[in-house]
Design a protein around this ligand. Structure first.
Ligand SMILES: [Zn+2]
Length: 514
């Protein structure tokens, strides 16, 4: 009798959505590429909500942009039971999406195993019957970024899960952010996971993000979007969609028979041949509004660099993300796919109204805020929610250039003190691409020289030291972390100066949000 009950429960828990299976089987064959092609009758598929942006029991959490990386890196990783490395995997992850469960962002990983394998039915019963109820992920990463000071938590004075007071008299519990995720080793079915609320599911639908309406798309920069001062300025009747803000360009994108096409306002944008032909791995899709964002390694590049890249000129861009905005099943890509220097993926987005903007923005904002698209008037706004508002400046910098030479004078002022450095062979353009420059302290006579032309200057948000380097968080022309690393050249003390963009800002924003 007991046996029978067990079976009935298991049957009731079979996937209700067999409609998703053909597409899932295609993904298995494409992403895992087993030696012999699999069919729907060969496999069982389930999914796990394996990582969220909540703090886990070790005091660690994934910031949302690392969750996106995680979803990409999960593909083709093994599924184990209880992280046991002494036994073979019981299944394999073949697809992952960033989705939401109870308004929390989650990575949902789809995995399969073979129906005919040993203990296959037992595994299915344990999952569907709720015995294997939670899951967890094994991965390697290079940086555990302290949520309070932005340094590596292994070397700063803060302890995870301890509450600290901040300058503004609020207090926040310290956690660390998993940064520079290297690879996903495995995911495991466990009795209790470190991340709260992980779960296994046989709901296989929504393998794609939800459809949203339609927007027109001109080849304009995302940062040309009108800044929105307060959400109250939006028409409350207007249905909206929200995207994370990235500096990039909007264009309509289509792929047909491995030919990439771009257009703006109905007019084709000519691409260099090496970009126009893409791998056969990229599926065909029809015209889809998309955001194009350039990267150099893990750092986003400027619009000027992006434009040069698209024109086939030397740009410093190592790859281009083509983020399609999901409409329905025939637009955009269903999962990330790479082709040479191009990476196609669906951008995360949520729908909302002006009333729900705050909570929706919080779930989706990048470190630079959100883009809000009005579906009926097709207007685009940029918004930086309050929790991301900028801190008070702690100082100022001024960058002056010498006539007819590449030398620059960088002056840093804070709390009545002033420091001046000469930067050699400096170009702000190359600086933006992460090129390092040699600097040395400026002599008084040099500072007073009238050969310097006023160039640019802006606020400094913070100073901090990381190892023996000084890190100056700048706004404006030198937006990002300006890193001064001491070095000796010919017995003289100099510095290697490099602009690292946006590395620590998010940590602070999350802290301010806490
Ligand atoms: Zn710290």
């Amino acid at each position: 009798m007991e046996n029978r009950t067990g079976k009935i429960i298991a049957q009731l828990a079979e996937p209700d959505d067999s409609g998703a299976m053909p597409e899932l089987i295609k993904m298995i064959n494409r992403n895992v590429a087993p030696p012999s092609e699999l069919k729907a009758e060969d496999v069982l598929v389930r999914a796990m909500y394996v990582a969220s942006d909540r703090v886990n029991s070790f005091g660690g959490k994934f910031p949302i942009d690392e969750l996106e990386q995680l979803a990409v890196k999960l593909i083709d990783s093994p599924v184990m039971v209880g992280h046991r490395k002494d036994s073979l995997p019981i299944g394999r992850n073949f697809h992952a999406v960033l989705t939401q469960k109870d308004s929390v962002p989650w990575v949902k990983a789809y995995f399969y195993w073979l129906k005919d394998s040993e203990n296959s039915e037992q595994l299915r019963q344990n999952i569907d019957g709720g015995v294997y109820k939670e899951c967890s992920i094994g991965f390697t990463f290079h940086l555990a970024e302290c949520s309070i000071c932005g340094q590596d938590i292994r070397s700063c004075r803060h302890e995870p899960l301890v509450r600290y007071r901040s300058d503004s008299d609020n207090s926040a519990v310290c956690c660390f952010l998993y940064r520079k995720i290297d690879k996903v080793l495995e995911t495991s079915l466990v009795y209790r996971g470190a991340v709260p609320d992980t779960s296994l599911t046989n709901e296989l639908s929504s393998a794609r993000p939800a459809a949203v309406g339609s927007i027109s798309c001109n080849y304009s920069a995302s940062n040309d979007a009108d800044p929105l001062v307060r959400p109250g300025e939006l028409n409350p009747e207007e249905p909206l969609i929200l995207l994370p803000f990235y500096e990039g360009r909007f264009a309509e994108v289509a792929v047909q028979s491995s030919q990439l096409q771009l257009r703006s306002g109905g007019v084709a944008i000519r691409l260099p041949r090496e970009l126009a032909t893409v791998s056969t791995q990229v599926p065909d899709f029809r015209w889809t509004p998309s955001l194009l964002v350039g990267y150099r390694g893990k750092e986003r590049t400027s619009l000027a660099q992006l434009d040069r890249f698209l024109a086939g000129e030397s740009s410093g861009v190592s790859h281009l993300e083509i983020m399609t905005i999901p409409f329905d099943k025939s637009t955009g890509v269903s999962q990330p796919v790479r082709s040479g220097q191009l990476c196609f993926r669906t951008i995360r987005c949520v729908s909302g109204t002006s009333e729900t903007l705050g909570e929706k923005a919080e779930s989706i904002a990048s470190r630079d805020g959100v883009l809000i698209v009005g579906l009926s008037d097709q207007k685009v706004w940029r918004w930086k929610p309050e929790f991301q508002a900028r801190r008070k400046a702690v100082g100022k910098y001024l960058l002056k250039r010498e006539r007819a030479s590449g030398r620059c004078l960088l002056q840093i002022r804070s709390a009545g003190k002033s420091l001046s450095y000469i930067l050699f062979s400096f170009s702000s353009e190359r600086c933006q691409t992460g090129v390092a420059f040699v600097a040395e302290p400026a002599a008084a006579a040099e500072i007073q020289s009238d050969g310097w032309m006023e160039a640019s200057g802006d606020a400094i948000r913070s100073f901090r030291s990381v190892g023996d380097s000084l890190v100056i968080d700048c706004e404006g022309a030198l937006e990002g972390d300006l890193v001064f690393r001491p070095l000796l050249i010919g017995g003289r003390k100099k510095f290697l100066v490099r602009l690292a963009r946006n590395q620590s800002r998010e940590a602070r924003e999350i802290y301010e949000q806490a």
